[in-house]
Design a binder for this molecule. Structure first.
Ligand code: NAD
Ligand code: MG
Length: 361
């Protein structure tokens, strides 16, 4: 049993708590205190439902609770699937005072959040993230979206949840590969803004991989502190929030090239962070020793440290269409040191070329 920690995301009237600990799904008040709604729709998927849906429904005892169980997979993060939730909301006459609970990984969180943002111009919702990635990243910050066939997360809205409940017990059933992919985003926080956390992660990686609950809770807490701080400073991603995209421009190119699903997002980000690190070293910002530390911690976490076989031309082409291109200039997140990242379009183009040459055929 670990203690429950509660963090706050400070966004004025839209502030909300993040509860982190074990046994949280068996504390109904965590959910009900934040949902003063009579009707609640729990949105989840067919993989997560058999493990956790009953407990969430039990905590809604006394309310009119319904659930929609969606098929599993990124390809169902679509308007068509969202329509199935809208249909259920219509069927059960959900009004503006009703609420939604997102129970699952980032796919469910993003889709259910998008439905909450748009249903009758916005209803309350609560996040119960059940993947490590969702606990440290997607459930916090209010970005919601579904995909368009022509691009990921193209249809979305900013809509903050009322509460996030991260129960480490839900990670018991998470496949190893998904756990490791979540660790990539955890390591990212250390790389962009917390060198001490990186040192802690180096020491605690075996415990995390062994799913030690106290270690997991601490990693989630420290990650959420960073996510919450960045979001509080820059809710709508006008500036600093972009630091969270370390490794993501290279990573998205890998994801698109391999086809979504072949590489998990966290795996692509891991390889992308290595490429951003190598480029930072090439620019003279990161020492060789620090680059090797970056590579080592990702590889200890069982994550890839190089992209798949890809032509450099393909990288260039895919990176040019990335959302982070502004006014035709590519912006990248690079490391000035471990724990110190910058978003910049003023990088040395030769360093980017050298990076692509180094990692590509
Ligand atoms: P996911 O939601 O697809 O979950 C991964 C797999 O684990 C799925 O098969 C899921 O059914 C399964 N699963 C979930 N919880 C489980 C559990 N406790 N036990 C067993 N299996 C479980 O993927 P993800 O990595 O959680 O999230 C990825 C999504 O998050 C992407 O769509 C991405 O765009 C989005 N995202 C959003 C934000 C944001 O700020 N909104 C940030 C990062 C990522
Ligand atoms: Mg990410």
């Amino acid at each position: 049993m670990t203690e429950t920690t509660t963090l706050q995301v400070d966004l004025g009237s839209r502030s909300y708590p993040i509860h982190i600990g074990t046994g949280l799904l068996d504390q109904p008040r965590l959910i009900t205190d934040h949902l003063p709604a009579r009707r609640v729709m729990v949105v989840t998927n067919e993989t997560v439902a058999p493990h956790y849906l009953d407990r969430v429904l039990a905590s809604l005892d006394g309310r009119e609770a319904h659930s929609v169980v969606l098929p599993d997979g990124e390809r169902f993060k679509s308007l068509e699937t969202a329509m199935r939730v809208y249909d259920a909301l219509i069927e059960h006459r959900f009004d503006r005072g009703s609420a939604i609970v997102a129970l699952g990984g980032g796919v469910i969180g993003d889709l259910a959040g998008f439905v909450a943002a748009t249903w009758q111009r916005g209803v309350r919702y609560l996040q119960v993230p059940t993947t490590l990635l969702a606990q440290v990243d997607s459930s916090v910050g209010g970005k919601t979206a579904v995909n368009h066939p022509g691009g990921k997360n193209m249809i979305g809205a900013f809509h903050q949840p009322r509460c996030v409940i991260a129960d480490m017990d839900t990670l018991d059933t998470l496949p190893d590969r998904e756990l490791r992919a979540g660790l990539a985003e955890v390591i990212k926080y250390g790389l962009i803004r917390d060198a001490d956390f990186l040192t802690w992660l180096e020491a605690n990686m075996p415990a995390l991989l062994a799913r030690d609950k106290a270690a997991l809770a601490e990693a989630v807490e420290r990650s959420c502190r960073h996510k919450a701080a960045v979001v509080a400073e820059d809710e709508l991603e006008a500036g600093q929030r972009a630091l969270l995209n370390l490794g993501h421009t290279f990573g998205h190119a890998i994801e698109t090239h391999t086809g979504y699903g072949a590489w998990l997002h966290g795996e692509a980000v891991a390889a992308g962070m290595v490429m951003a690190g190598w480029m930072s070293m090439r620019q003279g910002w990161l020492s060789e020793a620090d680059f090797h530390r970056l590579e080592a911690i990702l590889s200890t976490a069982g994550l890839p440290v190089a992209p798949p076989a890809m032509e450099s031309e393909r990288f260039r082409e895919l990176m040019a269409v990335d959302k982070k291109v502004q006014d035709g200039r590519l912006r990248l997140v690079l490391l000035r040191a471990l724990g110190d990242a910058v978003v910049t379009d003023a990088f040395d183009p030769a360093a980017l070329e050298a990076t692509l040459d180094h990692y590509c055929a």
